[in-house]
Design a protein around this ligand. Sequence first.
Ligand code: ASP
Ligand code: MG
Length: 477
Amino acid sequence: MSELRPGLVVMKFGGTSVENARAMLRTADIVLGRLDRGLEAVVVVSAMAKVTDLLLTAASAAGRGDVKGALAISSRLRIRHVDTATELAAGGSVGGLHAVLHAEFDGLDDLLRGISAVGELTARTNDLVVSFGERASSRMVTEAFRGRGIAAKHVDARSCIVTDDGFGKAVPIEAAIAARLLEHVAPLIAERRVPVMGGFIGSTATGVTTTLGRGGSDFTAALVGGGLHAAAIEIWTDVNGIMTTDPRICPDALRVKTISFEEAAELAYFGAKVLHPATILPAVQKSIPVWVLNSRDATNEGTKITAVAPPCASPFKSIAAKKRLTIIDVVASRMLMTHGYLKAVFDVFDRYRCAIDMVSTSEVSISLTVDSNEKLPEICAELSKLADVKYEGRKALICLVGEDIRGHSGIAGQVFSAVSHVNVRMISQGASEINMSFMIDEEEVEEAVRSLHSRFFENPDETVFDVAGRRERLNAD
Ligand code: ASP
Ligand code: MG
């Protein structure tokens, strides 16, 4: 592995960090804070909040031939961007930003008209439509930064983020990306400029626009950080990093100061609004620490995600819960262990593209959990050709995550005694040995999480959890 470049930080700002002029200027101040410390920064931004969803809606309207509907959305987006540019201009100059935005939205309108005329939306054109969000936001953020005196320079992410042609979720080609970054971005850094680029978007080697999948801006940040050997990656969002549990359920939840990549990955599944760890893998593999920080509270130290977590006195780092799950029990006394049987069961789920969360088996039955979805009656009807099937909705999964489960004996006993008043349905300890999960009724989630949290975070390890921050917060309330 080559050396990291000390002082270089890749800063990624999500949709809420660039949702309006005020947010963009706050973002500029955060970057200025880093430059004042003598750091070099490369900035990656998402589309303004909600823009990606609206672009997708416009694209599908166009695909149905609804040109009026598609253009109406595009026109609302144009107004929002142009108005934001006007607000930014009130604070200083924004160069030719208005003209740039109008040219982009004219291009979008033409594209939507073309799609409507053909009446067909391909994955390839869908990516092109959705790329406008990051293309526009990155232009605006560049000008907002310049207005604040930052030597910002816009870089079209498509000139650097080389991918295959898997439209909708293209796979980045890391070696090609590193070469492009060296060509287009490294020289700007050397001139003490701040490159600003949109996340999420890329292009094939032949220049066709692609996207990295929803939430892909974090992925872009990791690729840029990895390619440039940045010393750190900062993911700026609107929460104070990863917490020991949902503070809405437990007001005494603590911020987790450091967490391992694997732990963060286990938690991500719960939609812990923070980030999808698979997307930061390119950084973690190069041992670049990734920080999750709050752009609404820049003084908060956030959570540091590292390849290897420091030892922690508590077995768990965090407790997560996921609601709206269904348990399916498949009972087949004779056939369960026969060859090909499990495959036949899983194939049914596969045909309906239904992801399974948790599986537990006994001699005669399999229990599976899935997200509640409208296809369940069909899935179960098919399964009943193979076995007796029952399903029960309104379930929730509780998951406790921590690398230090390994070192502790008797953990399961402590967990289940903390929730002894709750009816536990399925239990699993993942092969990774860093999570313990079980299913309960949805109504019991809050109560179970609170019991577990007070059991395991009563005397938290101050090196890993922000105990002082909790004290301040609780005193302030
Ligand atoms: N704008 C894209 C999305 O909403 C990518 C991102 O924000 O990370 O999915
Ligand atoms: Mg995001």
